[in-house]
Design a protein around this ligand. Structure first.
Ligand SMILES: [Zn+2]
Length: 157
């Protein structure tokens, strides 16, 4: 009797990781489009940044000085990536955040400049957003240096 209960518990414990993995997989539904489809729905600047890993000139985005409360969405697939509580003024000329919503950002190493940098993109549509550095403020110490053109800001109503 005791042994059976133990086996039941063991089976449950073994299955648990698969259950949670499945829940996670259904949570993130990828948005996949061809370059032609993206070109139709994005502006030239948005396409250059999101789909070609471009970088806008500093101090050109109105979102750099945006101080209202609200949420920042991926301009490609409208996934919420940041909110105004995660934003700070880094003085770099790009909208900067020290944190992002969970499970919506993915990173990779970028060797475009001499030193490798950590590129990050929207986990849903894989649209490039910016680069992350380790010189941000507490509590994370991270600086998500984001292009403004790849974000859509929606002020809190
Ligand atoms: Zn996206």
């Amino acid at each position: 009797m005791k042994k059976r209960k133990f086996i039941k518990l063991l089976t449950f414990g073994l299955l648990l990781p698969f259950v949670s993995l499945k829940a996670f997989a259904t949570e993130i539904k990828k948005v996949i489009k061809s370059n032609k489809e993206w070109k139709k729905i994005l502006t030239t600047d948005q396409y250059y940044i999101l789909r070609q890993e471009g970088t806008e000139h500093p101090y050109t985005s109105p979102l750099d000085n945006e101080k209202r409360q609200g949420e920042y969405f991926c301009a490609g697939c409208k996934t919420a990536l940041f909110n105004s509580k995660m934003k700070y003024d880094s003085g770099t000329g790009w909208p900067s955040f020290f944190e992002h919503y969970p499970n919506v950002i993915a990173t990779k190493l970028d060797f475009k400049l001499l030193l490798p940098r950590t590129e990050y993109h929207c986990a849903v549509c894989e649209g490039h957003q910016g680069h992350v550095f380790n010189d941000g403020p507490p509590p994370t110490g991270k600086r998500y240096c984001n292009n403004g053109a790849s974000l859509t800001f929606v002020p809190k109503a």
